[in-house]
Write a protein that binds this ligand. Sequence first.
Ligand code: AP5
Length: 217
Amino acid sequence: MPTTFIVLLGPPGVGKGTQASILAERTGLAHVSSGDLFRENIKKNTELGKLVKKILSDGELVPDDLTIAMIRNRLTRPDCEAGAILDGFPRTPAQADALQAMLAEFNGDVEHVPFINAPEDILVTRLSGRRTCRANGHVYHTTYNPPKRAGICDIDNSDLYQREDDQVDTVKRRIQVYMDQTAPLIEYYRRINNLQEIDGAQTIEAVTASLGKSLEN
Ligand code: AP5
């Protein structure tokens, strides 16, 4: 079976998770979100969860070795046999190198790197209005993508909460960390892959349409 790995690049809050969920549903590919995996570990109070809890709430990056080991483990699960949509990984050049090495081992390759971008004021508005489902991490926005009943997830009736790292000060720190440590990946993938730039300031539906077109190329 051909393996299709898609790396979704972009700053915090631009809509990577939203688009990855839609794309996963349409393509049947697994949605692998490093942030969701860390939050799952924190919720279950695993050793990894204990190690990373404060790092996430401060808006800093988890060390590369822990992140790479977690992703490697996730990509060996059967639902990734046909490939995966990577949301939030890689986030540093060392993680990108590790991904190339891992995929070579699994006979896969990074086929598409959509880079979704939007101005900082839009990112802050999106993150401050984001609400997340406590049971399964489904994502809403109080204005742009509200649930049918305020505070309740449409899919599993779980309550919605505001992520600790979505407070304005932490959001600003996350954007700075992205600029310092993750933005270099734009050039990295421009050099080795066909980086496709997507205007993330559009509506959710318009971003989905642009993403769909870029993946056809
Ligand atoms: P992570 O969870 O990956 O956070 P992030 O990259 O900062 O991304 P977000 O989840 O905040 O935003 P998103 O782009 O997915 O936007 P979303 O679709 O939700 O990581 C969290 C933390 O984990 C990191 O800070 C770090 O500590 C750690 N971590 C994770 N990966 C790591 C790694 N590889 N290495 C080291 N550490 C790592 O949308 C945002 C909001 O906007 C939602 O409310 C949504 O409804 C709304 N929205 C989306 N699209 C639109 C649109 N087009 N128009 C209007 N509203 C929209």
